[in-house]
Design a protein around this ligand. Structure first.
Ligand SMILES: Nc1ncnc2c1ncn2[C@@H]1O[C@H](COP(=O)(O)OP(=O)(O)OP(=O)(O)O)[C@@H](O)[C@H]1O
Length: 345
């Protein structure tokens, strides 16, 4: 098979299993984000793929060739880390050419490749500039260009955009994705930002405590999270304990008609945009409005239904007619609910 394959990879640091029995297949040309909270093992996994850390057990291969015994510098992967690690005493062109220079490539080839890469990252003609004179976004692009200099089989990035402000970060997400599609290069990005992962990847891998919780396309993961952890980590989720009541589910404050549960007690997840705020008579769940937050493009309403906090998101056009302190009705369509059986959420 062509692409990256991890087979039962574990990394222990003393008693801590930073990565715990992870198997993963990344087909050639795919953009994958490793997503998870701090300390879940994302960086350790990336470092093992890069060859900067040896697995305690398990195998890594690329295009069917085992990698475990290949040192980092022989893997020829492109890497960009949060710190960027550009050489401050070298010019932009010298920074980008560096990987070619240490491989002994002729200077004419170095110069033409640097020119080509600077065009690719939309910074043509700045070979002679000092890297210390560049803006954050420009430095980012130079680091990306340098990582791509050797036309790597695999492009690995660890929180590459985290030092940028929100607007530049979004612009760079689009650029990075476009670049990856243009080159068709297999790319793995570590991030703890779920919006970033949603907007860039073909596949998201959500990790927690060293293990993979789910791997799926962003939209599939959003609509069908495998468990409550994923539901809560990827976007916002209402996580509600529910009890079976014939064809309906009983939830704090009322019921969800037509949601039949296989177990007497389950946990359900509902996205805030699927919770409709209506009048007390029209909803099937009664709740009290606790807080309304106007976000510009949407309105977020926090409600209390018999001790459970519900969050609803509406568009400004569909702004519900309610105020803080009002008792309202909530309507949740059964088909918008993802059910986690008891003990599995
Ligand atoms: N060199 C090391 N020695 C000992 N423990 C380590 C080492 N590197 C990582 N760990 C531990 O392994 C676990 C996973 O760390 P890792 O850096 O991979 O997580 P992460 O998901 O990338 O976190 P962050 O988003 O904060 O960078 C943590 O508990 C961390 O303390």
């Amino acid at each position: 098979m062509s692409g990256l394959e991890l087979n039962r990879i574990t990394k222990r640091f003393g008693a801590v299993a930073a990565v715990d029995d992870v198997s993963l297949t990344v087909p050639q040309g795919t953009f994958v984000c490793l997503l998870g909270p701090s300390g879940c093992g994302k960086t350790t996994l990336l470092r093992m793929i890069a060859g900067l850390e040896d697995p305690t057990s398990g195998e890594i291969s690329i295009d069917g060739e085992p990698l475990n015994d290949t040192p980092a510098h022989k893997r020829d992967f492109g890497m960009v880390f949060q710190s960027l690690a550009l050489f401050p005493h070298l010019s932009v062109g010298e920074n980008i050419a560096y990987p070619l220079r240490i491989r002994g490539r002729p200077s004419s080839e170095q110069a033409s490749r640097v020119k080509e890469l600077l065009e690719l990252v939309h910074l043509p003609g700045i070979e002679k500039r000092a890297v210390t004179q560049l803006s954050g976004g420009q430095r980012q692009r130079v680091a990306i260009a340098r990582a791509l200099a050797v036309s790597p089989k695999l492009f690995l990035l660890d929180e590459p955009l985290s030092a940028l402000d929100a607007k530049l970060r979004e612009a760079m997400q689009v650029e990075l994705r476009q670049l990856q599609q243009q080159l068709g290069i297999t790319t793995i990005v570590v991030t703890h930002d779920q919006r970033e992962a949603m907007s860039m990847s073909d596949q998201i891998v959500v990790m927690s405590e060293g293990r993979i919780q789910q791997m799926a396309r962003p939209i599939d993961m959003y609509r069908n999270p495998a468990n409550a952890f994923v539901a809560d980590f990827l976007g916002q989720a209402n996580l509600i304990d529910a009890r079976a009541d014939g064809p309906d589910a009983l939830v704090p404050g009322g019921r969800i008609p037509g949601l039949s549960l296989a177990c007497p007690g389950s946990r359900i997840s509902v996205r805030p945009e699927d919770v409709v705020v209506t009048t007390a008579e029209n909803g099937s769940i009664r709740a009290r409005v606790g807080f309304i937050r106007d976000m510009g493009a949407s309105i977020e309403i926090h409600l209390d239904g018999e001790g459970v906090r519900y969050v609803a998101i509406a568009s400004p056009q569909a702004r519900p007619d309610c105020r803080v302190g009002d008792t309202v009705g909530l309507s949740i369509p059964a088909e918008a609910c993802v059910v986690f059986e008891s003990g599995k959420g």
